[in-house]
Design a protein around this ligand. Structure first.
Ligand SMILES: Cc1cc2nc3c(=O)[nH]c(=O)nc-3n(C[C@H](O)[C@H](O)[C@H](O)COP(=O)(O)O)c2cc1C
Length: 401
């Protein structure tokens, strides 16, 4: 009899991923920085928001579809770009297939392990994500490759501050996967036979190169070489953002906005979308949960650009809370990575199905026919929950300097 691979919550997928992966691979999925304050707040903050359901008034059909950056999506949940290595042999291609099967779009990291041309063949609703790495000519070359491959949007991620310490220790990522490394890793790997067999069947070890940082058809530089170049690149200015947006010319998202003033400057730079995000707690630890920052940002710029949110989404009801507080859609990171690590493509489909089912039941409970009808009235936000960053506070008269 075939093994039943279905899981009923993202938490169970996480537990399965933990059991299946070698310790260092699982630990790179958990990631986060410093003390882990932000990564914890991202998830826990959703638990502080309540619902205000109706007893009668549910609709028998519920519409979950929307559009994001010009793409029709069948649910307001997109795949956030993640640079994943060695989690599953099919990696981003499996994720793209799953997203396509469930009718949604995908962000592809420039640190992904598969070439964009292969991923786009599996899901044409693909936004290519870039970091500010190298000079304008190098960035142009990567953008032109993405354009030629057929990418339908660009995501610029700038919220990265090269903070590398974690109180629970960081995984040791090898320079390259050769025989010596495999032998060194063997004590970790022998305890994870299923993971090892998956790779053994492909007859090639996990590659630690980043193919989308190089030219089409080439293997791309090793991860650490690209990372070092990124560290050595002067950070972008708002003029650079406007330049890139104009050079690309199509739908463009700035990911990692957490302050109202930055959201307004992003609008001035001409972006079509922003994602309210703190890089899943991987950037500056102590940044508030993105859901806490969402209401003020949505209020300030929601009429001018598409406002998305990512960070801490683990259930369909989290998606509904974010939409009620002003997001057009959300992006998920760890949730699908755990699904991928646990069961490959069907695992990612399972995660998207859980999101869909959870959104549908929350809409039913709230008596809403469509995700577009959600509003702040549907949720209970406790006093002091939100964080409004980047808005000058008025000082009460007579306050001391
Ligand atoms: C392992 C891992 C790798 C990531 N790599 C990238 C990346 O390459 N580019 C990017 O824009 N964001 C990256 N992110 C951030 C995600 O796109 C997203 O912002 C975050 O995962 C959302 O939080 P969640 O994991 O709680 O859903 C990464 C996140 C994780 C967990």
């Amino acid at each position: 009899m075939a093994r039943d691979i279905w899981f009923e919550t993202v938490s169970i997928a996480q537990e399965r991923a933990r059991k299946r992966l070698p310790k260092s691979a699982y630990s790179s999925l958990i990631s986060a920085s410093e003390k882990g304050l932000t990564v914890a707040d991202n998830v826990e903050a959703f638990g502080e928001i309540g619902f205000a359901p109706h007893v009668i008034g549910a609709h028998d059909k519920r519409d979950l579809s929307t559009t994001v950056m010009g793409q029709d999506v069948s649910l307001p949940v997109l795949i956030s770009p993640t640079g994943v290595q060695a989690v599953h042999p099919d990696g981003e291609v499996a994720v793209a297939r799953a997203a396509a099967a469930r009718g949604t779009a995908m962000g592809l990291s420039s640190f992904a392990s598969k070439p964009i041309e292969e991923v786009i063949a599996a899901n044409p609703k693909l936004f290519f994500q870039i970091y500010w790495l190298g000079d304008r000519d190098a960035i142009t070359a990567r953008v032109e490759r993405a354009r030629a491959a057929g990418a339908v949007g660009l995501i610029l991620t700038t919220d990265w501050s090269f903070s590398h310490g974690r109180d629970w220790g960081s995984p040791k990522i090898p320079e390259k996967m050769d025989l010596k490394t495999i032998v060194k890793m063997s004590p970790e790997v022998v305890t994870k036979p299923r993971w090892f067999l998956q790779w053994a069947k492909t007859m090639r070890p996990p590659t630690l190169a980043v193919p989308n940082q190089g030219a089409k058809g080439e293997p791309g530089p090793p991860f650490f070489q690209a990372y070092g170049e990124w560290m050595g690149t002067p950070p972008p200015t708002w003029e650079d953002v406007a330049w890139l947006r104009e050079m690309w010319g199509g739908p463009f998202m700035l990911k990692g906005v957490i302050r109202v003033d930055d959201a307004k400057r992003a609008v001035d730079a001409g972006v079509s979308a922003i994602s309210v995000s703190n890089h899943g707690g991987n950037n500056l630890d102590g940044t508030p949960a993105s859901i806490r920052a969402l209401p003020a940002i949505a209020e300030a710029v929601g009429e001018q650009v598409e406002v998305l949110l990512d960070g801490g989404i683990r259930r369909g009801s989290d998606v509904v809370k974010a939409l009620a507080l002003g997001a057009r859609a959300v992006m998920i990171g760890r949730a699908y990575l755990w699904g991928l690590a646990a069961e490959g493509q069907p695992g990612v489909e399972n995660v998207l199905d859980l999101m869909e089912g959870g959104i549908a039941s929350a809409l039913r409970g709230l008596g809403k026919a469509s995700v577009h009808d959600l509003c702040p009235d549907d949720v209970l936000v406790p006093a002091g929950f939100t964080r409004t960053l980047g808005v000058p506070t008025e000082r009460p008269e007579g306050a001391d300097d």
